[in-house]
Design a protein around this ligand. Sequence first.
Ligand code: SF4
Ligand code: SF4
Length: 397
Amino acid sequence: MATKVSLVKCGSYADTEVAGALRSALAPFGGMAALVKPGQKVLIKPNCLMGEAPEMAVTTHPTLIFAVVKEVIAAGGIALVGDSPGNAHANVVASMEKAGIKQAAEAAGGALVPFQQGGIVKVKSPSGSSILPEVPIAGPVLAADFVIDLPKLKTHGMTLYTGAIKNMFGCVPGFFKTEFHRLAPHPHDFASLLVDVFAISRPGLTIMDAVVGMEGAGPSHGTPRKLGAIIASTDGVAVDVIGSSLIGFDPLDIDMIKIAGERGLGNSNLEQIEVLGAAIAELRLTDWARPDRLYKVLKRFPRLAGILAGFIAINPEIDQQKCVKCLVCLKSCPAKTIKMHPHPLSPSPLPRGKGNKGLGVYIDLKNCIHCFCCHELCQYDAVKLKSSWLARLMGVA
Ligand code: SF4
Ligand code: SF4
C-alpha cells in the first residue's frame, strides 16, 4: 500500500488560512483526534534553530505552532512545545520568544518544555553505531506519549536539505550537537547519526512548514522564499521525499532520506508515495538555490571533512568586563583548566582572593573538555560561548 502524504496549498501565514490548511492536511489521517488520545502528553517539536524573527524563515512559523497546539488540545492532548536549539548557549526561552514560538504555544494553551531543563538520557544506538554507541536524548522527548515533528523546509550546508529527519536533531541537548559534528565530520556518517536520533525520537506525525522556506545558505543564513504549502504525514521520511522534491532535489541524493528508507523508518521511494491534495508539479520550484558548495566539497573529499572537524567548535571565553572573580567556575571546572592570571599567556597562576586586583580569570582551551559547566554556573553572565565560523556555517551554533 502506498504511503500517504498530504500536500496542501497555503499562500500565507494568516491564522485562518493556516488553520484551514492544517485541517485539510490532517483529514486523510482521520484528523488530529485519530492520532492523539485524550490525556496523552504530546511533544510538539518545531525548528527553533536560533532566536530569529519569523519572517527570516529560520524557524517554524508561530502561526502553524498555534494551529497545531489548538488541534492537539481539541483532541484532548496535553500540548508541550519543546526544542534545544543549536545555539543553546543563548537563553533558550528568550530564543523561542524572539521567534514568536513561546507566545504562540502559550496563547494556544500549550506549555514550553526547554529540553535543557528536562534531563538527558543516553539511548543505545538503534543502528549499532561505532561512532556514537550511545545517543544523548532530551528526557521530555522520551517521556512523551506522542511526538509531532514540525520542521521548516530549508537548505542546509552540510546535509543539503533540512526537514523532518534533521529537525529531530534538536532532541539532542544543546552542546552535544557539536560533538556529533566532531565525531562524524563526513556528511554520510553525520546523516547516519541524524537517522539514529530520528529513530529514537519516533515522531508519529510530521507537519512541515513549507509556506515560506529558505534557499541558498541555509539553515540560518539563506534567503526566505515562498513555496506556499503545508506537507503532512504519519511518515516523516515520506514528508522529506515530497519536501525535497518540491524544491527540485532528488530525495535519494540526500543521505539521511536514503539511509532512513534503507533502515525501514519510512518510505523514501517517491514512486510509492500517494500525494493527496495538490500535485507536486503545481508547486515545484526547480530553481531553488542550493547551499551545495560545502556539501559537495565534503562529499568529494572525505579527508577534508576530518580536517574541518577540528574547526567546528564552540568554546567558552570569559568576558573580563563582567567577571567579578567569584571563582565559582574555577572551582567547578572538571578539567582544572580555568586559572587566575595576570595575563592569559602567563605560565603560572598568581594567588587568588585578597590582593588579586588586576588579575583575570582565564580558560586554557588546550585542556577544555567542553562540558560548559562554567557557562552554566556563572551567575554574572561572564562566560560567553564563541562559535567558530564553520560551526556557524553548519548551523550547529
Ligand atoms: S563564575 Fe563568572 S564571575 Fe565567577 S570567576 Fe567565573 S567567570 Fe568570573
Ligand atoms: S567548558 Fe568545562 S572544561 Fe572547559 S573551561 Fe568550562 S568548565 Fe572547564
